[in-house]
Design a protein around this ligand. Structure first.
Ligand code: ANZ
Length: 804
């Protein structure tokens, strides 16, 4: 027998597959399709570690199985190569980001190819390729055309280390998610996308995704953060000004004993002539701006605030004059930036009222107290608020109403129903070099003018220095030849927009480009889109639950509205990969020096062993620690399969046949359900059985087909070795025979006078006569000379022969 030389075998088959192009995707086949997608990586300078390919191996198995089921498969790969990580790497290593990306891509690709993944490399894309980002810019122009991309001048998150503005989604609490530096608020001009126009659809359409993991849908719901409530206006005494608040508890209106506005609220400016302590308020606002939203709104945090001296508001419900405070726990950009404070029923208001000695008035009596006949809870209210709903008191004509009904009636009388979302518009510009230029020019006469579609792509120019300038302008601003241009409208002098797009831009639509990667007339050909869309299976890191996956859904819905795509949602099924931790239990990272390079594993043990090992570690979505010593188990399994080719039986053993059909059923179901570990244990059981008894060539062939998605190199090699000419990966997936699975045997205990004497194997559900015949043989020596008087028979369990 040939020895199992993984190096030779794996190289040989990788070459053959590439040459024969068996993994090319075809949309003209007339077959049903399967679009299987990995979240494409950014090609970092560190290369892949063994954790990265886990998801790729899984989609590889899934897509190979789909192909063998007769589907036309699209399983592509590409590079998300713009953005801060690529740029920071380039700066640190003093190479141009384009050069660094080229080198890193080559390295990543080589590493992936060594693992034997079935990507159609003819569809490879790279977000930094001008022929790709032309279409990213095209989408931006469409958004601009529809009023969904706009310039704004609000304070945004600024990372002093990365020297760029960031979206809320790019923060980890109050620090930059990339570098860990605490971000500041900094007012600056920026481009913003109106994702809030899509908030309701992004929320509602989560219901169209039954095959997404619930926890991911839940994080999206929280991120979108829908609140239903009311807007109510409070007049400012002695002026024509009004202060509008947003509240989710209009039922508590009679309990509003003061108001709070965000320190940066514009009404301060409007009331300047009435307010006596404007400088004090300005100072407080400045301090508040330096804090993050999380710091400002945390419950239990020491409350601060400044009273607006000289002005009072009027509670519209009871006409009471109440004071107004500026306090940082109210955010400028949520709701209306102002609240009615109800200290009896809200934690933060209670903390504030306690500190500033403001009245706490109960207006909603809890149901439990009503039931227990307790009417006075004012003492406990001084200690803590009662936040649950109940029955209204101290609320004039609304007394006695339950909260639910009071909300509706009070809103009808004093305000209007309103819904707000936590989701903010998407801050879409970065003050960095390595990103897609925003295709806009600024003309003195015509203002903001979009670059005409036929002038796309606006190419990123070559520069001497691509380090951030630190001035809030991108390095592009320092290249006059590029910046100075002519206005497409009037032909006069104009300047190009020098902000670039965030890294999330290119990844918000890349899956569409895989359907038609070289089309230079359209983003995607409609017929191809119709065939491939939507993505049937999408696999990637759980950390993208609220960023990439919200942005991509937003762009997709926009492209749906302008008829570029035909489905309301981009990804039908979504599964997140459980991390592979390092052997020490920590995250695998160069920083901890615990990284394992897949190249070394492939070299020593083989790609097929690596693949089986990673899929056998445990449930796919679990985080599990790597253990090199356990690779031996996977390698041994492969070697046992290899040895089975030594001798084939002439006729099939019934048990082996039964286990084979059970295995066919199990492996197919498990692959569809992403349960690769149990699929592999089913295959191990088959190998045990075949070793213990025998295996025919036919059985072996069927088994190799099951193994092929998992260990593609050795499966194809053995397949050819036993006399086949075409690749096993183009074979049909075997069918199991339901009859054969059922026709199994059971073990029956044979007793003589109630004493266990032997066991026999019989086909399941055999009748008494059949079982008695074999049982008599098995216990012959206990029967000698004795007469049988009775038989007790329990089907499939036992037979008891009672003797005289
Ligand atoms: C009065 C009230 C009484 C409130 C009560 C709550 C309880 P969610 O669910 O998060 O949407 N609020 C409104 N705008 C705010 C802002 N810009 N900054 C900080 N807080 C703000 O919360 C809505 C509630 O948060 C609103 O309802 C308002 O306080 C507060 F017993 O109004 B409520």
């Amino acid at each position: 027998m040939r020895s199992y030389d993984h190096k030779k075998i794996e190289k040989k088959w990788q070459k053959k597959w590439e040459k024969s192009g068996i993994y090319r995707s075809e949309e003209t086949s007339g077959k049903p399709k399967a679009f299987v997608l990995d979240m494409f990586p950014y090609p970092s300078g560190e290369g892949l570690h063994v954790g990265h390919p886990k998801g790729y191996i899984a989609t590889d198995i899934f897509s190979r199985h789909a192909r063998m089921q007769g589907k036309s498969v699209l399983h592509p790969m590409g590079w998300d190569a713009f953005g801060l990580p690529a740029e920071n790497y380039a700066i640190k290593n003093k190479v141009h980001p384009r050069k660094a990306v080229e080198k890193n891509v080559a390295r990543f690709k080589e590493q992936l190819q060594k693992i034997g993944l079935d990507y159609d490399w003819s569809r490879e894309i790279n977000t930094t390729d001008p022929e790709y980002y032309r279409w990213t810019q095209w989408i931006f122009l469409k958004l601009f055309e529809k009023g969904l991309a706009y310039e704004s001048f609000e304070p945004i998150n600024w990372c002093p280390s990365c020297q760029t503005g960031l979206a809320n989604e790019d923060l980890d609490g109050n620090v930059c998610e990339r570098c860990g530096t605490v971000v500041e608020k900094r007012p600056m001009r920026q481009w913003t996308l109106k994702i809030t126009d899509y908030a309701e659809r992004l929320l509602k359409d989560l219901d169209l995704l039954p095959e997404w993991q619930e926890h991911i849908k839940e994080s999206q719901r929280n991120w979108i953060g829908k609140s239903e409530g009311a807007e109510i206006e409070f007049a400012i005494q002695g002026t024509d000004e009004k202060l509008k608040v947003f509240t989710t508890r209009p039922d508590t209106l009679f309990g509003a004993t003061y108001m709070v506005i965000a320190p940066e609220h514009p009404i301060i400016h409007k009331l300047e002539s009435h307010i006596e302590n404007v400088p004090e308020l300005a100072k407080y606002a400045k301090e508040a701006l330096a804090k993050t939203e999380i710091e400002r709104t945390a419950e239990g945090k020491e409350k601060t605030g400044v009273k607006l001296e000289g002005v009072m508001a009027i509670n519209p419900a009871n006409k009471e004059c109440i004071p107004i405070y500026a306090a940082d726990y109210v955010l400028a950009h949520y709701g209306t930036g102002a609240i009615m404070a109800v200290p009896a029923h809200d934690f933060r208001d209670h903390e504030f009222a306690t500190k500033f000695n403001l009245p706490i008035r109960e207006v909603v009596h809890p149901l439990s107290a009503v039931k227990a006949g307790i009417s006075d809870i004012s003492a406990s209210l001084q200690a803590a608020p009662i936040v649950m709903e109940g029955i209204l008191i101290n609320s004039s004509e609304f007394d006695g109403l339950p909260s639910e009904e009071a909300k509706v009636r009070i809103t009808a009388k004093f305000g209007i129903a309103q819904t707000t979302y936590k989701l903010r518009d998407w801050v879409f510009s970065r003050q960095r070099y390595w990103g897609e230029p925003i295709p806009i020019v600024h003309c003195q006469k015509d203002g903001v003018v979009p670059v005409p579609y036929d002038q796309l792509p606006v190419r990123l120019p070559e520069v001497e220095h691509y380090e951030p300038t630190g001035t809030g302008e991108s390095p592009l601003a320092a290249i006059p030849e590029w910046v100075n241009t002519t206005c497409p409208k009037c032909g006069g002098p104009a300047k190009r927009e020098t902000n670039t797009m965030p890294q999330w831009a290119g990844s918000s639509w890349y899956y569409l480009r895989f359907m038609d990667p070289t089309n230079d007339a359209a983003l995607v050909d409609p017929a191809k889109e119709k065939y491939w869309a939507p993505v049937d299976m999408y696999v990637g890191g759980a950390e993208h639950a609220t960023r990439h996956l919200i942005y991509a859904r937003f762009w997709h819905k926009f492209l749906f509205d302008i008829s570029v795509v035909s489905t309301p949602e981009p990804f039908t099924r979504l599964i997140s990969v459980g991390l592979i931790m390092a052997e020490d239990g920590k995250k695998m990272s160069k920083r901890y020096g615990n990284v394992i390079n897949p190249d070394d594993i492939v070299e020593t043990y083989g790609a097929d062993t690596l693949r089986i090992y990673e899929m056998f570690m445990g449930p796919f979505t679990d985080a599990i620690a790597w253990k090199t010593s356990n690779l031996i188990g996977a390698r041994r399994f492969i070697e046992r399969v290899w040895r089975l080719q030594e001798s084939f039986a002439e006729s099939a053993d019934e048990n082996v046949e039964r286990v084979l059909h059970q295995t066919i059923k199990k492996v197919g179901e498990d692959i569809r359900n992403f349960k690769f570990n149990t699929a592999i244990s089913a295959m191990m059981i088959f190998v045990n059985e075949a070793e213990a008894k025998s295996v025919t060539k036919g059985q072996y062939k069927a088994f190799l087909k099951l193994l092929a998605p998992f260990a593609p190199h050795m499966a194809d090699d053995l397949w050819h070795e036993i006399g086949n000419e075409t690749s096993i990966h183009l074979e049909k997936w075997p069918k199991y025979d339901p009859q054969k699975i059922l026709a199994d045997t059971v073990t029956i205990a044979v007793q003589v006078n109630g004493k266990a004497r032997a066991t026999v194997s019989v086909p399941r559900d055999s009748d008494e006569e059949t079982v008695k015949k074999v049982a008599l043989e098995a216990v012959a020596r206990w029967l000698e000379g004795k007469e049988q008087v009775r038989v007790i028979f329990v089907p499939n369990r036992l037979i008891n022969l009672v003797l005289a």
